[in-house]
Ligand binder design. Structure first.
Ligand code: MTE
Length: 329
């Protein structure tokens, strides 16, 4: 038995049983043909339009308009939904890649508040519903490069963190932004272990946080965030290693001094505050020159070269003009 949206339940004939990936590929193709775009940029646009409609249907819809921010829509093929939501780092739920998908069901993403405080004229505790309405939702297709050497391409839904920052009016003392994420033993079994000094804290310089590519993120694949991806709200900073993008944020603090982040506390010689993706600066224990794209890992699959600032150099390079990126790794 299977359910067909137009015909209801019916017994399929063998030729009717279409794997989801094939089905989606076909829809993309039809869309391309409809637009008369044979290849190149237009086909990229068509693929993204098709993507916007390919909602997995597992969680509440959260649509976003195609972003107009420069660099916000890579032409690369999105990573399959099952990989995006099944291969995760979220140590609050365990250190294995499959732990978050298996254990994050206990996270309660509602009700939820985010306290925005510190060096701002208008501190405020935002309710999630208020945050969801604060600015128009955009869909952005970003590369995500993990410091461990793998990468994905993910269609996020959210808006620039700058939208929120402007509303709280940072004072002259606000030089950095600190993100504090939930650390609740009753919801997060991994918090009982001491792999990290909880809560998971991350940070950005204020100008980095104000960059339009820095995304306050509420969804992916046109739906609200799955718990394992940091529900109900997280950061995505696409030019930095993935660990800079804290999940399940409960507090955003504007501070004068560089925040002591969880990974700097754990191993400062391996993980720096900046942690910009940089193929020329190796991790002390491995090279960062190449990456494995999740979903492409056949035995003979060649690794991809890692790009400076994860390919966002044109947009963010200026933020680091004159800085020694080997020193500020
Ligand atoms: N945020 C919290 N709170 N805890 C974590 O362990 N892991 C980071 C980051 N944010 C992490 C976190 C790392 S190492 C990566 S690569 C990304 O989340 C992974 O995000 P994804 O699972 O949505 O792809």
């Amino acid at each position: 038995m299977h359910f067909h949206p137009d015909r209801g339940f019916a017994h399929p004939v063998a030729s009717e049983i279409t794997p989801r990936a094939v089905y989606e590929e076909r829809r993309t193709l039809l869309k391309r043909i409809a637009l008369g775009a044979a290849g190149g940029a237009l086909a990229g646009w068509a693929a993204r339009d098709a993507l916007a409609q390919a909602r997995p249907g597992r969680l509440a819809p959260l649509p976003g308009a195609r972003s107009g921010v420069a660099g916000a829509l890579t032409m690369e093929k999105p990573t399959a939904y099952d990989d995006v939501t099944g291969y995760n780092n979220f140590y609050e739920f365990g250190t294995d890649k499959s732990d978050p998908a298996r254990h994050a069901g206990t996270l309660k993403p509602r009700p939820w508040t985010v306290a925005v405080e510190g060096a701002v004229a208008k501190p405020k505790v935002y309710d999630l519903d208020e945050l969801l309405k604060l600015a128009p939702m955009e869909e952005r297709l970003y590369r995500l490069r993990c410091v461990e050497g793998w990468s994905m391409v993910i269609p996020w839904v959210g808006y620039s963190l700058a939208e929120l920052i402007r509303r709280v009016e940072p004072t002259g003392n606000a030089k950095y932004v600190e993100f504090v994420t939930l650390a609740d033993k009753t919801q997060m079994p991994g918090v009982r272990s001491s792999v990290l000094d909880w809560p998971y804290v991350e940070g950005l310089r204020l100008d980095e946080a104000m960059h339009p590519l820095a995304l306050l993120t509420f969804g992916l694949y046109g739906e609200v965030l799955p718990n394992q991806n940091g529900a109900p709200v997280r950061m995505v900073v696409p030019w930095k290693y993935g660990f800079k993008s804290g999940k399940s944020i409960v507090k955003i603090r504007f501070v004068e001094k560089e925040p002591r982040t969880a990974w700097v506390k754990a191993a400062a010689q391996e993980y720096g505050f900046y942690s910009n993706v940089n193929p020329n600066v190796d991790h002390p224990r491995w090279s960062q020159a190449t990456e494995r794209r999740i979903g492409e890992d056949g035995l003979f699959q060649k690794k991809r070269p890692t790009l400076m600032f994860n390919g966002y150099e044109a947009q963010v390079g200026q933020l680091y003009a004159g800085m020694d990126l080997k020193k500020h790794y």
